[in-house]
Write a protein that binds this ligand. Structure first.
Ligand code: URA
Ligand code: SF4
Length: 228
């Protein structure tokens, strides 16, 4: 019996090893589509697992799907998404060349903030997606996304436009949320200026990689707010 379990486990691992990134991400999207781990499952129309290039260097993490996203199953396809597309174009990118996802995959009713328990319930999907895509740079859009990845680094008003490298070598870049900038005209220019720094941050990461400057995995240490 134990032998059979071991054999099954071996073939499961072999299967995962042979799959490409797209297939692995599709498996997660399939699990998400049936997920009932938190109450957001009850009010959603569609799940919004995320989309883009599985080999992208840059991955954007927003907050949660809104009404349009819930109807289409695609992240950032409403007004905030249009603004995001414009900012991507301003640095010579399209959404097909990056990866875009959210901290939770189902729309909170009435676009309320996702609750901590909901973000926690959804986190394993997010972590697995990041593990597969392995982006060089994670861009955190807004407070929720920043708090998920760089909570100790001190709030978005202090952090926006800055790159933070964690002890595991992963670099995060904090930005105001495009929807916040649409509602508050004062943030719009700041967000657009910050966004234009993204290519330089990526370039620096690549230079550091070539120099072998990335630290070994050591994610249990507290966050260092070391700016690159
Ligand atoms: N806002 C988000 O944070 N994510 C989306 O997908 C759309 C709007
Ligand atoms: Fe599951 Fe995440 Fe949707 Fe909650 S938000 S039901 S954890 S997929």
């Amino acid at each position: 019996m134990r032998d059979r379990t071991l054999i099954k486990r071996f073939f499961n691992h072999l299967f995962l090893f042979l799959m490409n990134k797209k297939e692995e991400l599709d498996i997660i999207a399939g699990e998400v589509s049936k997920c009932a781990l938190c109450p957001l499952s009850k009010s959603r129309t569609n799940t919004v697992p995320g989309s883009g290039d599985p080999d992208a260097d840059i991955l954007f993490v927003g907050e949660a799907p809104g009404e349009k996203e819930d109807l289409a199953g695609i992240p950032f396809c409403g007004a905030a998404g249009k603004f995001l597309d414009e900012m991507l174009a301003s640095i010579g990118l399209t959404r097909e060349k990056v990866f875009i996802l959210n901290t939770v995959k189902c729309r909170p009713p009435g676009n309320r903030d996702p609750e901590d328990t909901e973000k926690e319930a959804c986190k394993s999907y997010l972590n697995r997606q990041l593990e597969i895509i392995k982006p060089k740079l994670i861009v955190c859009l807004g407070r929720h996304s920043c708090n998920t990845f760089i909570p100790a680094a001190g709030g978005i008003s202090k952090l926006h436009g800055k790159a933070v490298k964690r002890p595991n070598g992963q670099v995060y870049f904090a930005l105001y949320h495009p929807a916040a900038a649409l509602h508050n005209g004062g943030l719009r220019g700041t967000l657009m200026d910050d966004f234009k720094k993204v290519p330089a941050v990526l370039k620096k990461i690549k230079e550091q990689e070539t120099k072998g400057n990335i630290k070994p995995d050591n994610d249990d240490k507290p966050i260092q707010t070391k700016l690159i």
